[in-house]
Design a protein around this ligand. Structure first.
Ligand code: UT7
Length: 320
């Protein structure tokens, strides 16, 4: 069998904060943020709104698109590093709210690479346990985990959710996941200082710290290497790829990747300007938008790549 996408939807909270809005309370400017990152605005949760709330809305949209009965979902896998609570999981709440009564549900924490990790897990579980329908939800509220007085980090992030219903398709189906490739480099300097969520161990909120330049360099090197490896292992080249959907951390990283790979920037889906960095939700949100505006079409081949705190990174190839 092959893991295929039955439906995909995204949800962004209604509050929009522009760079100019931020410059009213922080020592920053629209020009600095836009020139360094390509970000123009971000959506943020309001008081009392949490990751699972965003995930529930995205999931309901994905199910409604194809009138799918939640009781036919076998498993719900949620990617989040900004869970509402330490426990229970966001996945348990989403399962309950959807009344997906037959589904088992769990969270995965793989930071900004969470979409690549969870689609890989979903694919393996669908094959080994013969699951028919798996709901994958990426829901993130990084705005609740940054220090809003630290201009070097808070301007970079936004909140959002993406949801995909995956189904077990026949081997000869024209659509489906081709391959995934996952990596982790948890060596002490990467784990502790490059990009992490700091604060007392028992403080769920804490704050995010990042050595921006180092992460920038690692992101380009490692996303590029993982793209090369997944293509080579599957006897493919970038000529076989219709679209690249990367993790949307910084437009300059994406431009550098395209330049390095000699891949046309017009064939890369970029939403950084409108969504900022929504961690693991960024790839499904970008995919959703590109399908809605008619850029990505059924049958096209997409290469996805991401890197995040850990460091964790990886790539996936899917025929939509
Ligand atoms: O999702 C996980 C992956 N994350 C990423 O991929 C992020 C990767 N890194 C980046 O995107 C970039 O490194 C940043 C956008 C975070 C920073 O850009 P940069 O060109 O590397 O700037 P920098 O950190 O070296 O800072 C340059 C200057 C500093 O001032 P001085 O020391 O040169 O006087 C900063 O204090 O810019 C200053 N600065 C700001 N100025 C205005 C930092 N943040 C701001 C700000 N507004 N918001």
């Amino acid at each position: 069998m092959k893991t295929a996408i039955s439906s995909i939807a995204g949800y962004l909270p209604s509050k929009i904060i522009t760079n100019d809005d931020l410059s009213k309370t922080l020592d920053t400017t629209h020009e600095w943020i836009f020139d360094r990152t390509g970000i123009e605005q971000r959506h943020l949760v309001s008081d009392g709104e949490f990751a699972s709330d965003l995930g529930i809305i995205a999931a309901k949209k994905a199910l409604e698109q194809i009138n799918f009965d939640p009781s036919n979902i076998d498993a719900i896998i949620v990617s989040t590093t900004t869970s509402d609570r330490r426990f229970p999981s966001c996945a348990a709440r989403i399962q309950g709210e959807l009344q997906a009564n037959r589904a088992f549900a769990f969270d995965v924490a793989a930071a900004c690479a969470g979409f690549i990790y969870t689609i890989a897990i979903a694919d393996s579980m669908m094959k080994s346990r013969q699951l028919q329908n798996v709901l994958l939800v990426c829901c993130e509220t990084l705005s609740l985990f940054v220090d809003w007085t630290d201009r070097s980090t808070c301007v970079l992030f936004g909140d959002g959710a993406g949801a995909l219903l995956l189904n077990a398709a026949e081997d000869d189906s024209p659509s489906g996941l081709v391959a995934t490739k996952l990596y982790t480099d948890g060596s002490p300097e990467k784990y502790n200082s490059i990009l992490s969520h700091n604060g007392p161990q028992n403080d769920n909120r804490g704050y995010t710290t990042m050595m921006g330049r180092a992460v920038f360099k690692y992101a380009i090197e490692n996303m590029s290497a993982s793209m090369h490896e997944i293509l080579t292992e599957n006897n493919m080249t970038l000529n076989d790829i219709d679209w690249i959907i990367p993790h949307q951390a910084n437009r300059r990283i994406l431009e550098s990747l395209c330049k390095m790979k000699n891949f046309p920037l017009e064939k890369m889906i970029i939403t950084t300007q409108d969504h900022a960095n929504t961690s693991s939700a960024s790839i499904p949100l970008a995919m959703c938008r590109a399908i809605e505006n008619g850029r990505i079409k059924k049958g096209q081949t997409i290469l996805m790549t991401a890197l995040g705190a850990g460091l964790v990174y990886g790539s996936a190839i899917i025929k939509y």
